[in-house]
Design a protein around this ligand. Structure first.
Ligand code: CAA
Length: 281
């Protein structure tokens, strides 16, 4: 594997592009248009500049990493890619449309992966050009800091596809866990009910959000409280995932907290919009 295509230059896609380029892969990064992809690279440049300041990497490393990332305005240029990772919005119809588009140019021996955080891989594979070369590769935010990749095989994913993507993940220096194709896989199956419950507790007046967060941070030794973490992930993304858990299992324990729904409906989607449960402006 030499050339990695990344679809989506938001916080996850940009992070995946950054760690792939840092590991020596050539990266093509796309978004809805080239300026959006360029914005992703500008963010990467900022993070790398901070790493240079902290003397974690040299200026030569920074320059080499940035030089390996090329932005494009669509996936029409993804023909040379060995592996394409889709990191677009967590909405099935958007992902399906992207797979149809990239499928027109993908080599027959290339692998297509989705960074979906909860949508069933077997179902998504139906929109991919070849289900045997389709797999779930789930990164965690912030991608350069978090040491994990969850790999999820669909029913038709081949052993060769799994092995190739495992080798890619190891080259990025990530630990790999394998999850079955069940709603939310491992991490979100456990994390999202915690976030959702924290928001129920807030809505029911159990405590202030500051106290709920401090309780989990200091009482459970988590790096950040669940409500802050939800703002970081994006409340819209959290809601999409909890809805996938709810509809995928039919279990009422996964029903979304009304307050979470209300915030998303208000457009208060967290850090990225400047306003979530906390004010990020
Ligand atoms: N990109 C790159 N590096 C980043 C970063 C970013 N966005 N944010 C922070 N960092 C780096 C900092 O540069 C710093 O590096 P050094 O230690 O080398 O100086 C390091 O991370 C620690 O950062 P800070 O000191 O600024 O702040 P912190 O100690 O509070 O750490 C954090 C920040 C790493 C985000 C930490 O709070 C944390 O681990 N939070 C929980 C993150 C988490 O749970 N992520 C998973 C979310 S779930 C998910 O992603 C999956 C899904 O499907 C929803």
């Amino acid at each position: 594997m030499k050339i990695i295509g990344v679809i989506g230059a938001g916080q996850m896609g940009a992070g995946i592009a950054q760690v792939s380029a840092a590991a020596g892969y050539d990266v093509l990064l796309s978004d809805r248009d080239k300026p959006l992809a360029d914005k992703g690279v500008a963010g990467i440049a900022k993070i790398l500049a901070r790493s240079v300041e902290k003397e974690k990497i040299s200026t030569a490393d920074r320059d080499a990493t940035l030089a390996r990332i090329k932005t494009v305005g669509s996936t029409a240029d993804f023909g040379p890619c060995d592996l394409v990772i889709e990191a677009a919005t967590e909405r099935e119809e958007i992902k399906r449309a992207i797979f149809a588009e990239v499928g027109k140019v993908l080599r027959t021996d290339a692998i297509l992966a989705s960074n979906t955080s909860s949508i069933p891989i077997t179902r998504l594979a139906q929109a991919a050009p070849d289900a045997s070369r389709f797999i779930g590769v789930h990164f965690f935010n912030p991608v350069p800091v978090m040491g994990l990749i969850e790999l999820i095989r669909g029913l038709a994913t081949s052993d060769a596809t799994l092995a190739a993507v495992e080798a890619f993940g190891r080259k990025l220096g990530k630990e790999i866990v394998h999850a079955n194709d069940a709603p939310g896989f491992i991490v979100n199956r456990v994390l999202m009910p915690m976030i959702n419950e924290a928001i129920f507790a807030l809505g029911e007046g159990v405590a202030t959000m500051q106290d709920i967060d401090a309780g989990c941070r200091l009482g459970l030794n988590h790096p950040m409280g669940p409500i802050t973490l939800a703002d970081f992930i994006g409340l819209d993304t959290c809601l999409e995932i909890i809805r996938v858990l709810h509809s995928g299992t039919g279990d009422p324990k996964f029903r979304p907290a009304p307050l979470l729904v209300k915030y998303v409906e208000a457009g208060w989607t967290g850090k990225k919009s400047g306003r979530g449960f906390y004010d990020w402006t």
